[in-house]
Design a protein. Sequence first.
Length: 160
Amino acid sequence: SGKKGLIDSEEDKGCEGFKGLNIIETKREANWDTDQDGMPDWWEEVKGVSDGNADENGDGYTNLEEYLNWLAEPHFITSAGNKLTIDLKQYFAGYNQQPVFTLESSIQPQEGKMKLNKKGILTISLNKKAADCLIDIKVKATDKDQVASLQRTFHIAITQ
């Protein structure tokens, strides 16, 4: 714009710009979000939704808001038949005095098996038939001092 004090381009005077930063521009594949609603096609398929603006489960949040929340929480994308290992200590960093983890919810037997060891390593073995679904696992952490607890939801998308 050329207005004094208004930096609206990286080329404006007083702005460092992007020169020398080696920024690479990339684009997703054309079939990542074919309906252009902000949600990837694979997520819409496993979630069973199609419109980012709709609230298909009636919880007060649009499908796009649910996808963005899914991204903001710990999440993993894996294939059916794989084994997934999660070090829970990394996700509960403030609980460092002999943390104890408990699973508040688990996966269904047809989806696979979970094992939580005393060191906070969660291992999930997924069945080959568990493709194209989303699994939510709630984990609660407490410390030796029992002052507070924290519960987090871990999302797992299983693709083929």
